[in-house]
Ligand binder design. Structure first.
Ligand code: SF4
Ligand code: SF4
Length: 406
């Protein structure tokens, strides 16, 4: 198996101090590395300049947690360039409420919560059928106040609303179909929804027409958890007055446009038709459930843990966590996704060899992908009729480069 990439970490080291420390330079490197031609990259200088300015006034952040494991908070707390703390102080953000990291408790904590935050961040899904499944504080009559009520109250008052993680963005695991009816329960028993989306539909808590004070929809940062850079760079972008380019699911394109399969370190195995029989084995991991051909994010180049590694670098199949509905679309996560869906009438092996043959014939990757048929998913009604672009198709599984040139 190919060794994990480490160059990305070196890219982030401050070349003047040789210290991967907390500096504007590091932030700029991070911003510029997001993706060429993106809003974040093209405005990296301005974003950096803003960090140096004394920003008048303070910006208030409210961070709500619904049905959450707190994994998204933990992920963001691992951000390095800049750290969450730096982001907050540089932009003079004030987290007026965060159930995990704030020192205050009880009424004191609730009282400190801004009722018109500049940024509302929601982590975890929002239960709508059983609202009491996630509550924060109390109402005036002394009963527990559901998170859904907080979201409905605060979102219209916020300049920006960010749904952090698969649960807040799309409903997440709590919204799963529970196909095996484990514990005798049905599907999505709490009525879990994302803040503006419910799976791939914009029928979440706030509905399709919602826009925040800045005129933006809820910015969805999918992932279970999402990369810490996604939140920190998104905050930096919007607070500098830039409008992030969003995809059909309102995810910032710089982070969610690349296809995992295109940048996978194991791609050579796939093209040669060499497949691992178990996670960690030698070869492409498609037979043990890899969802990389359907999953869009820049993790393969951004890497995690201070630019150290990513799932596929350590033999773990991509489970597609950046995509809406991944828990139902790609389960069971350790089993090959129905081959017919990926390859049409040909097998994974044949698809791999078709790639080798096509490469030998000088055919581009986009043509190979189209020829082998992967990148669409059985049951994706949105991909069957429209295969122009991910946006036009309204479906991130439709690969842009496959179709436009042919
Ligand atoms: S998206 Fe994943 S990490 Fe974040 S709260 Fe949900 S289950 Fe936890
Ligand atoms: S199927 Fe998965 S493991 Fe195989 S090349 Fe694609 S992303 Fe990599």
């Amino acid at each position: 198996m190919r060794a994990p990439e480490t160059a990305h970490r070196e890219d982030r080291i401050d070349t003047e101090t040789n210290n991967p420390a907390t500096s504007r330079r590091n932030f700029l490197q991070l911003a510029a590395g997001a993706a060429a031609g993106t809003v974040v990259a093209s405005h990296a200088t301005e974003i950096g300049a803003a960090l140096e300015q004394a920003v008048a006034g303070e910006m208030e952040v409210v961070w709500l947690q619904g049905q959450s494991c707190s994994g998204c908070t933990i992920s963001v707390l691992q951000g390095q360039y800049p750290t969450l703390e730096e982001t907050l102080s540089e932009f003079r953000l004030e987290v007026t409420f965060h159930p995990t990291i704030m020192p205050e408790q009880g009424e004191t904590a609730i009282d400190s919560m801004s009722d018109s935050p500049d940024v509302l961040i929601v982590e975890g899904s929002v239960p709508t059928q059983i609202p009491s499944a996630a509550t924060v504080g109390q109402t005036v009559d002394g009963t527990s106040k559901p998170v859904v009520d907080w979201v409905n109250e605060l979102a219209p008052e916020a300049e920006y609303v960010i749904a952090l993680g698969a649960c807040a963005a799309f409903g997440g695991w709590p919204a799963a179909e529970n196909k095996e009816r484990l514990y005798g329960l049905g599907a999505n028993v709490t009525g879990a929804k994302g803040v503006q989306f419910e799976g791939r539909d914009d029928t979440g808590v706030l509905g399709p027409d919602f826009t925040s004070g800045a005129g933006l929809p809820v910015i969805n940062l999918g992932g279970c958890p999402p990369h810490p850079d996604y939140l920190l760079l998104t905050i930096a972008t919007v607070l500098n007055g830039h409008v992030p380019e969003l995809d059909r699911y309102n995810r910032p394109k710089p982070f969610y446009e690349p296809l995992v399969h295109d940048n996978c370190p194991l791609r050579g195995y796939f093209d040669r038709g060499e497949f691992a029989e178990k996670p960690g084995g030698e070869g492409c991991l498609i037979k043990v459930g890899c969802a990389g051909p359907y999953t869009h994010c820049d993790d393969q180049t951004r890497l995690w843990n201070d630019g150290t590694s990513v799932c596929l670098n350590v033999g773990a199949p991509c489970i597609g966590c950046m995509e809406p509905d991944f828990w139902d679309r790609f389960e069971p996560l350790d089993t090959e996704i129905e081959r017919q869906s990926f390859f049409g009438p040909i097998s994974a092996e044949q698809a791999g060899w078709a790639g080798v043959a096509a490469a030998g014939a000088g055919i581009g990757a986009h043509a190979v992908r189209k020829a082998t048929g992967y990148g669409s998913f059985k049951g994706d009604d949105t991909t069957s009729e429209h295969t122009q672009t991910a946006d036009e198709a309204g479906e991130p599984d439709a690969d842009t480069s496959d179709t436009e040139e042919e």
